[in-house]
Ligand binder design. Structure first.
Ligand code: AHM
Ligand code: MG
Length: 339
């Protein structure tokens, strides 16, 4: 057990960090606590996903006679209901809903916006593989009390907090408020996220690449050449890179943060309606890029930092390459050379 597990919970951690910034209002503590609260409820449900599904298949009702919900709808509802009533946010967006989500009538509108993927990697639920939640918090920039899409569609560079929760062999929350990247593990016996991975730093260069290689024929020449290259013997190690691909971005990025290497979801020509790959800028790529950069790594669209992309649509997709700084730089060099 890491030393940090002894007694520093998420609230205390943020409080201590805020003491270094006397100008801080303390609102971040409230925001992260609300996210952590919703994550604990989702974590509880994820842990019984197999059981719930069996009940769902037999009668579409659980033992209390309630309707059994799909886990991704459930996660969306929990996060939207919790955060929408917290008083911190003026507007929200999630992967599950086409339009922006207003704060419900009768509840206070706050000074922040939040974009979320409530349950990422949901195709992995049924097979008991890690899934996660990703969140991105911006400060309100419009003067509108209820906020507008503009408050959500800010470049990742403006994020004031970003992170994810991974529901895996244990549940972990990894976040940054621009002051290092810190990981907390849920101790179910006390119901608290305890600091377990303080100040995460990505190795400058890794040994692992992570990509859905079945899409190889659809990638640009630069991406294909880069993948061919890292499968040759590496000068430093004398071995080719290893492949690890879980198919849940949260889990793949989590491993990349801790072990180094490069996670990729390039643009491809498989689906002409999605020329920019699969992953969404606001609530998947930008917060993950924020974490990678603050952990000393990099995140690129192939032609520049993900954090500098000015969003033009709520559910915009971008090519995504993130991880160890040297690996991402090398990928960019291949794109410049071949594309
Ligand atoms: P989702 O938000 O619908 O779950 O899709 C996003 C997920 C990511 O977690 C993962 O990196 C990617 O889709 C995997 O896609 P693919 O199956 O094309 O490799
Ligand atoms: Mg997703």
């Amino acid at each position: 057990m890491a030393d940090g597990m002894i007694g520093i919970n998420l609230t205390r951690h943020i409080y201590e960090k805020q003491k270094e910034h006397p100008e801080a209002t303390g609102e971040l503590t409230g925001i992260l606590n609300q996210i952590a609260f919703a994550a604990k409820i989702v974590s509880r449900e994820v842990n019984k996903a197999g059981l719930v599904e069996i009940l769902g298949l037999t009668g579409k009702e659980n033992v209390q006679g309630e309707e059994v919900q799909k886990l991704d709808d459930f996660a969306n509802e929990i996060f939207v209901n919790t955060l929408g009533r917290s008083g911190h946010f003026c507007i929200m967006a999630t992967e599950e809903e086409v339009d922006t989500i207003p704060i419900p009538e009768g509840y206070k509108c706050g000074y922040y916006s939040i974009a979320l993927d409530p349950l990422d990697g949901s195709s992995n639920i049924d097979v008991n593989v890690n899934i996660g939640t990703i969140f991105a918090v911006h400060r309100k920039i419009t003067g509108e009390e209820k906020g507008t899409a503009e408050d959500l569609m800010q470049p990742g560079r403006n994020l004031i907090a970003g992170g994810y929760v991974v529901y895996g062999s244990s549940t972990m929350l990894v976040m940054s408020t621009g002051n290092g990247v810190h990981g907390f593990t849920l101790d179910p016996s006390v119901g608290e996220f305890l600091e377990s991975h303080p100040d995460i730093k990505i190795p400058v260069k890794g040994k692992i690449y992570s990509i859905n290689e079945g899409n190889y024929p659809y990638w640009s020449e630069g991406v294909r050449q880069y993948i061919d290259h890292i499968k040759e013997k590496d000068k430093a190690t004398g071995r080719p890179y290893s492949t690890r691909y879980i198919g849940s971005m949260v889990a793949d990025v989590h491993r990349t943060l801790l072990k180094g290497g490069i996670f990729m979801y390039p643009a491809d020509n498989k689906d002409p309606r999605k020329p920019h790959g699969k992953l969404r800028l606001l609530y998947e790529c930008a917060p993950m890029a924020f974490l990678c950069e603050h952990a000393g790594g990099a995140a690129s669209t192939g032609t520049g930092p993900v954090l500098d992309v000015q969003p033009t649509e709520l559910h915009q997709r971008v090519p995504f390459f993130a991880g160890s700084a040297q690996d991402v730089r090398e990928l960019e060099e291949f794109i410049v050379k071949y594309d």
